[in-house]
Design a protein around this ligand. Sequence first.
Ligand SMILES: [Zn+2]
Ligand SMILES: [Zn+2]
Length: 807
Amino acid sequence: MYARVAFPTALPDALSYGVPEALDGLAVPGVRVRVRLRGQVRVGVVVELVEEPGVPAEKVRLLEEVLDPEPLVPAHVLELIRFAADYYAAPIGTVVRSAFPGALLRVPPPLVQVGPRARELAEEGSPAERRLLERLLEARRITVARLRTEGWTHAQLSELLPALESRHALKVVERGAGRPPGATVSAVLLAELPPEERARRVGNAPAQVRVVTWLADLGRPVLEGELVAACGCSPGVVAGLVRKGVVQRFRQDRHRDVKRWELTPPPPPTELTEHQSRALAVALDALGKGEFKAFLLEGVTGSGKTEVYLRLVAAAAARGLQGIVLVPEIALTPALAGQLAQHFGERVAVLHSSMAEGERVAAWGRARRGEVDVVAGPRSALWAPLHRLGVIVVDEEQDASYKQEEEPRYHARDLALALGQRCRVPVMLASATPSLEVLALAEQGRVQVLDLPERVAGGRLPEVEVVDLKGEPPEPGEHGQRFLSRRLCELLQQTVARGEQAILLVNRRGWAPVLLCRDCGHQATCHNCSIPLTVHRRQSALMCHYCGFRREIPQACPRCGGEVLDHVGAGTEKIATRVRELLPGTVVDILDRDTARSPAQLLTTLERFSVGASQVLVGTQMVSKGHHFPAVTLTGVVNADNLLGFPDFRGAERTFHMLTQVAGRAGRGERPGTVVIQTYHPDHYALRAALTHDVKGFAEEELRYRKAFRYPPATRLALVRFEAANENAAVAAAQAAARAIEPVPPGMRVVGPAPAPLARLRGKWRVHLLLLAPSRPPLREALTAISAVTVPRTVHRVIDVDPQSTV
Ligand SMILES: [Zn+2]
Ligand SMILES: [Zn+2]
């Protein structure tokens, strides 16, 4: 019997290890094991048991240790891991890395301890041995990693340590992996003994008498640490009592101040609208039958989608089942965390890959032990180890952040559907502006649409005005462009004069996206990327938003020496400055990745705005996400065309989503709102459809276009990109990949090898191949053939199945 073990690395596949007889029955799929990999101790996860190792038997090593008494994750999570690795042509280890908290798969560095002959050899050994032993005698114990940071080389240590260990001057201790979740702590209680027998055994050791008296008075078991602290005794005292049989030691689960039995009372029930009740009833039916069914809960902002899916999850919890709620970004949706707490009290775990490690392990462990009814979080929460999974919700399913943009490049919404199918549980996708992928599934009858057409509070959709920028006088030094139209300026003045608030959406951060020489037309571009540098005036620097390259803003053109350099176009900084000039005395804040570097900064800015300390908020798409400001009565989209011009097949869809969200957001309070959309293309269908919230109309038009150009969801798309510092190397690798899939099967289309739209990024040339196929199997076959081609070390190959963008 062989165990296939996956490591949290980009090794192409799991490796086979022999299962020694002693570990037979313990090495089951889902447990962690300790093995040797290229001479080093590693922790991996058993993903499968097989009869044949797949490599010559003499090359197979044995498992050294099984670290868990039972699988750490339920079978369906392991299945999902294997499915994702296969579907996305990703190394299974990278999927394991996404699914498990990192702390559980890391091996602490080996520890070096003083041996019995350390002193002796510290005097008579070689100079290097003496130096090492002196350091060790001073520290008593030290990690190999620490020694490395103190200047010892790997070569030195791999020679010295074994030599000194064989002479008993030191001992190298390999340690196990991080504690499994549900780690235990040591606790003690008094053994059941007649008082006189207890007294006899304790005798008159004063410290022991004190401990026993204290325990008897307390009358309950205590944690060993608690006892040592309370009685001021050494752990040796407790050990002595255990040996005498007066005290019993046991282990119990560690709880991180979880108040398990104190549930907050349920919130007063809110009355559901007729549409909400109908949608909920349909989903509850699927839940009751225990069957897989995919729903699209479609409704404008404010139509009460959240209430419907929270009730669905609550209904699952009432049946003893657990739910997963995926949201695009937990940091931006504190409101949801609050609502979850209202419905589920303490029985909620939030899982987030950027949580502190200890927190993440603790939350993961609670999910695993069944102490929660719902796990919420961004895409990584999908991997939550829930044994009684009953329902999955994906809120804002169209959000691009569900797709992971590094290996494994999985899409959490698509995997949620796959998981629901496997576990036979309903999956509810919610959106005001569904993705074309899901709309296409709905058209095929594979997703049932549950409509929520009206706004719950009876709020009105705002009035939308489109301003054609072609009719506006251009601004000086801006090469014909205009940022704030006369109409938008007028509305801004009126809004602020009435004591109300405005939001302006700008797609770019910084001062201006382009620095252009007026004499020769030279444009400042990044050294590492084929991208213009952005002017940041506050930091007085030119910056690349892709690689982080920055330099001072030059005084003269580096090509012709010309001294007039125009800062063309507008980012958040420039727009905020223009608004301050227009409305003197008004407080204008900026909200983008430069001003909100941390969630705390983000919240401060939002808080300032929500209490009215600032009147105008200028920001990137961050401001259009899930916030609700009742005093906002004006929203301006400064330039709706930036997204349309993006060299990607999803440009129109993104624009439609953004504009629809904006149009649906303003005026959620008592006062009606106005939305102004500025554009040079007022007749574009994405814009037209957004104005009337015509999801269906947009989808029809866009699907027609995608079909004509054979883009998803009309076809299956995979992108294979080759990145290298040397352009020829990237081209050669791409050509080799293209040859590997010849002859191209009928129906499949291969575009390229061709330079990617961003031909150079972070110093690397990028050449790509697009594979388009009518169905999955030929695509999968082509990717297998491409994966089998070895790429030179200098070339990085990226395989992206169902890519979000092709730049
Ligand atoms: Zn010039
Ligand atoms: Zn760059």
